[in-house]
Design a protein around this ligand. Structure first.
Ligand SMILES: [Zn+2]
Length: 103
């Protein structure tokens, strides 16, 4: 499991962008230097995909999600879930678990 935060996506935008687009003279790369907000990033890149931090249960764009499952890959079994949905999952499963587990 691993925490994925929107704050980290914003903080690491230049590193993440250059991993995919290594040309440091690229127009967007130059504009991304020193940006600090999600809106700035979206305006420069032209969409919000680089800071979008989805929960795949409720489909919200979240500040924090927990990544569960296999290391993400093309055909991996991996999902990202927000804290609200994790709490709901625990509440849903707890009566079943506590009735079958020794105390
Ligand atoms: Zn959720």
């Amino acid at each position: 499991m691993k925490l994925i935060t929107k704050a980290d996506k914003i903080k690491n935008i230049l590193t993440n962008w250059m991993r995919q687009y290594p040309d440091s003279k690229h127009d967007i790369t130059r504009k991304l230097r020193g940006v600090i907000t999600e809106d700035e990033i979206s305006n420069i890149i032209g969409n919000a995909s680089w800071t979008y931090n989805p929960c795949y249960e409720c489909e919200s764009d979240c500040e924090v999600v927990v990544q569960i499952g296999q290391e993400p890959d093309y055909d991996s079994c991996t999902t990202n879930v927000c804290l609200k949905c994790l709490r709901e999952a625990v509440v849903m499963a707890t009566p079943l678990v506590s009735s079958t587990m020794p105390h």
